[in-house]
Design a protein around this ligand. Structure first.
Ligand SMILES: Cc1ncc(COP(=O)(O)O)c(C=O)c1O
Length: 466
């Protein structure tokens, strides 16, 4: 008998006979079911047909099928074909979650937070990875410097000074696994330094509040108006640290006015405090030059946080902090070795920036997103009851809803129609008694070829529901 694996044609699976045909057949079928190649409910060939395919006795196939029935992979019923069982539900080690709730399929995704995945510069990233790997010494594959690789820190310092007007050198840069990781370490460092609370804009990204809360800090919400953070409310809070999004308030979209910026820095000087600047989408400004960072005017008071999640994709988990000298020691103490991110990704990213490919990519997506934002705003304007903001920036557009509209009900009804939306309520510190209702519409998720189609579906849905 040959040692070559045989194929059961009807199943398109390969049977390795090296440990005996019956064992090989069982193994092949188990693997195909676990991997999803044989779907629950699909029929198996008869034992007779399978035996002919394999050139073995029917008894061998019957024995294998019976074993798989006993293990719960196959279901045999009198008079009908043996079928593939649903192993995931039958064999789950977890208790049953109860009746299955059908979640509607999102066809037109206008939830904020993620850029269009199809825009990721795969070829350029691949070329950078290849280039970096080809010349990387073996010892660079050991544990990376927890502060980040020297190459990326240097390249980022240069890029941030040039594009975001930061006052920065490589020594003040720390590479992080995105903002979510960065804000956690900032919170831990503040706790170690004796801070008991931290002020956060209200509304804000819920994750910011959640992560800071997990570090043990009390999170104090501070209102935002059309000029940005309410400084008087900040003064009254007694916190000596605050998180702000001055370039493009998340989620309301306002830019912090020059007066407020000056007052905020003044506050930090007076209370000997810290300002955490979350510059999550600083690269995306469409109507004027990007607004320079707050860090540039107060580098000793501002802990600056940036991310590649909007400019590239969130999946690469790369972000950065620029920390003043006095904050670096406590920060490094809590980050230590557990803060490292893959040195290969860091080096590839450094190469991408150094070669100008990152900024070329940004120019390209900026042009696309600018158009999308305009199309979305134009499409929303005629809908009675929806107020569209004038701020032309970022990857989302937050529009106010009339008081008569139940935000949660609207989102649920839109989901039933396949339209993915996120409301303003979860962004308020008190989502039960939200200050106002609205939609935080992300316009970057639909792939390029589907954008117009998805936008029409959104508009129709809103016309019907608002
Ligand atoms: C306000 C804000 N900050 C930061 C981020 C980025 O977070 P991360 O870098 O963890 O992906 C986002 C992403 O949605 C955001 O909306």
């Amino acid at each position: 008998m040959s040692d070559e694996p045989l194929t059961i044609r009807s199943l398109a699976i390969e049977v390795d006979r090296s440990e005996g045909l019956r064992t090989g057949l069982e193994h092949a079928i188990r693997t195909a079911i676990r991997g999803g190649r044989l779907m629950p409910g699909s029929a198996m060939p008869s034992t007779r047909a399978a035996a002919t395919d394999l050139g073995c006795s029917r008894a061998t196939v019957v024995a294998a099928f019976e074993q798989l029935q006993a293990e719960g992979y196959l279901l045999a019923r009198q008079g009908v074909a043996t079928v593939v069982a649903d192993v995931r539900s039958a064999r789950s080690p977890h208790p049953s979650p109860g009746p299955r709730v059908e979640t509607p399929t999102i066809r037109a995704d206008f939830r904020p937070g993620e850029p269009d995945g199809s825009s990721f510069p795969r070829q350029k990233w691949l070329a950078s990875t290849r280039r970096v790997l080809a010349k990387l010494e073996d010892d660079r594959l050991g544990y990376p410097d927890p502060r980040g690789t020297a190459e990326l820190r240097a390249v980022l310092a240069d890029y941030l000074a040039r594009s975001r007007a930061l006052e920065v050198g490589a020594r003040s840069v720390r590479v992080t696994a995105g903002f979510a990781s960065a804000i956690g370490f900032v919170g831990e460092a503040l706790t170690q330094m004796g801070h008991e609370s931290i002020a956060v804009e209200d509304p804000a990204l819920p994750i910011t509040r959640d992560v800071l809360g997990l570090t043990g800090l009390e999170v104090v919400p501070i209102p935002v108006d059309r000029d940005g953070l309410d400084i008087a409310a900040l003064e009254a809070s007694k916190s000596r640290a605050v998180v702000v999004t001055p370039g493009h308030q998340y989620p309301l979209g306002v830019v912090m006015s020059p007066d407020r910026r000056a007052a905020l820095v003044d506050w930090a000087d007076r209370v000997d405090g810290w300002i955490v600047e979350d510059d999550y989408d600083g690269e995306f400004r469409y109507d004027r030059q990007p607004i320079g960072s707050l860090q540039g005017i107060a580098p000793e008071r501002v802990i600056y946080a940036g991310t590649a999640s909007k400019a590239l994709v969130p999946g690469i988990r790369l972000g950065w902090l620029v920390a003043p000298a006095a904050f670096r020691r406590p920060l490094d103490a809590v980050r230590h070795i557990r803060a490292t991110t893959s040195s290969l990704e860091q080096l590839a990213f450094a190469d991408l920036i150094e070669r100008g490919e990152f900024e070329r990519h940004l120019r390209k997506v900026r042009a696309t997103y600018r158009q999308r934002r305009q199309s979305l705003a134009d499409a929303l304007h005629p809908i009675t009851g929806i107020r569209v903001p004038s701020e032309q920036a970022g990857l989302h557009l937050t529009c106010a809803l009339p008081d008569s509209i139940d935000e949660a009900a609207l989102i649920e009804a839109a989901a039933e129609r396949g339209v993915g939306l996120v409301g303003l309520h979860p962004h308020w510190a008190d989502p039960i008694r939200p200050t106002s209702s609205g939609l935080v519409l992300g316009f970057t998720r639909p792939p390029v070829h589907r954008f117009d189609h998805d936008l029409s579906l959104l508009v129709k849905t809103l016309r019907d529901l608002v």
